[in-house]
Design a protein around this ligand. Structure first.
Ligand SMILES: [Cu+2]
Length: 148
């Protein structure tokens, strides 16, 4: 006898039946969750936002950078922020799957702009003659705001 008062074999049978039912009930939920995840625009927006945050952080303490260079990096950053705003709006209440996909497209475009800003910043960081503060060596960056 098991603690429940039923013969052990009956208890096992009930448990197995329950497991099968729970499994069957969970399957559509899992399918739905996966379907939702493949159109998870919030995830793409999060990635875009952290790319934006990274460049924004890097640009702190870049006062010695030539103004036109700062301007170029910031223009790409501004594009990224605008696109992430559009993505956020589309992602807030997507009317359908197409809306969610459109939000993903905007978020990825935002991430692309942020990445381009990062690449451009690092390109400018390459040692240039007569550009104090923009050189870096293995011992550490001359720019306190720089990570990496
Ligand atoms: Cu820099």
């Amino acid at each position: 006898m098991s603690p429940s008062g039923l013969p052990r074999e009956d208890t096992m049978g009930i448990l197995l039946t329950l497991l099968v039912f729970v499994g069957l009930a969970a399957m559509p939920a899992i399918t739905l969750a996966q379907a939702a995840r493949d159109l998870d625009c919030a995830m793409h927006i999060k990635a875009a936002q952290s790319a934006i945050d990274k460049v924004t952080d890097d640009m702190k303490g870049m006062e010695k950078m030539p103004k036109d260079q700062v301007g170029n990096v910031n223009t790409l950053l501004r594009d990224a922020k605008e696109l992430v705003g559009v993505a956020q709006q589309a992602c807030n209440k997507p009317k359908n799957d197409y809306d969610a996909a459109r939000a993903i497209a905007k978020a990825e475009a935002a991430r692309g702009s942020a990445e381009a800003a990062d690449i451009l910043h690092w390109h400018y960081m390459k040692p240039m003659p007569g550009m104090k503060g923009m050189t870096s060596d293995k011992s550490g960056m001359d720019m306190p705001g720089m990570k990496k």
